[in-house]
Design a binder for this molecule. Sequence first.
Ligand SMILES: Cc1cc2nc3c(=O)[nH]c(=O)nc-3n(C[C@H](O)[C@H](O)[C@H](O)COP(=O)(O)OP(=O)(O)OC[C@H]3O[C@@H](n4cnc5c(N)ncnc54)[C@H](O)[C@@H]3O)c2cc1C
Length: 348
Amino acid sequence: MIKTSYYQDLTKMNTFGMKVKARCFMEYDSVADLVDIEFEELARPVLHIGGGSNLLFTDDFKGTVLHSRIDFIEILEDCQQISSPVLVSVGAGVVFDDFCAWAAKEGLWGVENLSYIPGEVGASAVQNIGAYGVEVKDVIHTVYCYDTVEEEFVKFDVSECGYGYRDSIFKSPEIKGRYIVTHVVFALSRVPMPKLEYGHLKDAVESSGNELTPSNIRNVIIRIRKEKLPEPSVMGSAGSFFKNPVISQEHFARIEAAAKAEHGADYKVPHYDLPDGTVKVPAAWMIEQCGWKGRRSGGAAVYEKQPLVIVNYTGEAYPEEIIGLEKRVTSSVKEKFGVDLHPEVEHI
Ligand SMILES: Cc1cc2nc3c(=O)[nH]c(=O)nc-3n(C[C@H](O)[C@H](O)[C@H](O)COP(=O)(O)OP(=O)(O)OC[C@H]3O[C@@H](n4cnc5c(N)ncnc54)[C@H](O)[C@@H]3O)c2cc1C
């Protein structure tokens, strides 16, 4: 069934809590519904949303917003042999964390480290979500889509999805918006495969004293995430607002020399050396060094516990206030470090 409404309030459909409206909003609950939608006739532009947790609506949306309620979790193949993958098909409209909870309850390994990431299954395959050393591409088998140009159903093997860091072909400018993800097949495992190498996860899991099961790892991750990140139902945000910049070694050496002059010779600038000789520097560190951590600007603020996150501090922030703070942070970082920050969050 397709439900259509006009001048739909989107406040509760974006985790930033921007009070905006969509001229036309269409919600459908089956794969077959997509065939009935006349894409050529829709008010333009057309935007398919999931849980709205990576979006910043900058204004009312003048076109059509689509949303999937395709909601099933189905085991396709489970030959009960411990070493064989368990193929699970999941509708695009399923909340990703509900799928993680289901997998943990079934004792299936693969998505426990991705627990509590906001959003839905369809977008997870677009975004290549990741956390605690795991990316969703590691467990995706096939992505099923509706091609709105050719008006046909198509599928992409994981190797065809062009996955990179929070990236996929579905985000590439040439085809963005063309494919609507209808469902995703994941390959989970009955063989224990805990991934605990990231940060202090191993210590946190060990100190919980519980045995290594998907459920217990999931519970530890949820606890850590709740300590570090704003709960969307309490304080609006879209998670990490900026991408971590990648700079040349020479540029990094200049930043490091300046930081040592400021903080002392033993000071260490956090960074990751990439295989191609460039250096990734945490944007959070740069933002904090510019004095933005916890600072407010109108209804917006840089989150006090994680400066990579911009929050709707008052719950009443206007898009202009979020964008204003984004600009101020970006220009401070440019001035102090000569680095351009780019948003991770999609501006609509
Ligand atoms: C507090 C917080 C913490 C977060 N932590 C993490 C984290 O640890 N790791 C991480 O990777 N991300 C994180 N995020 C970002 C966000 O959760 C992910 O990007 C998530 O995948 C977005 O899902 P969504 O359903 O909300 O998609 P939306 O934000 O609604 O959409 C994201 C993109 O997917 C497209 N899209 C949505 N559904 C479909 C579909 N069915 N077919 C085709 N395209 C579609 C949209 O057009 C858009 O381009 C966090 C966000 C918040 C608010």
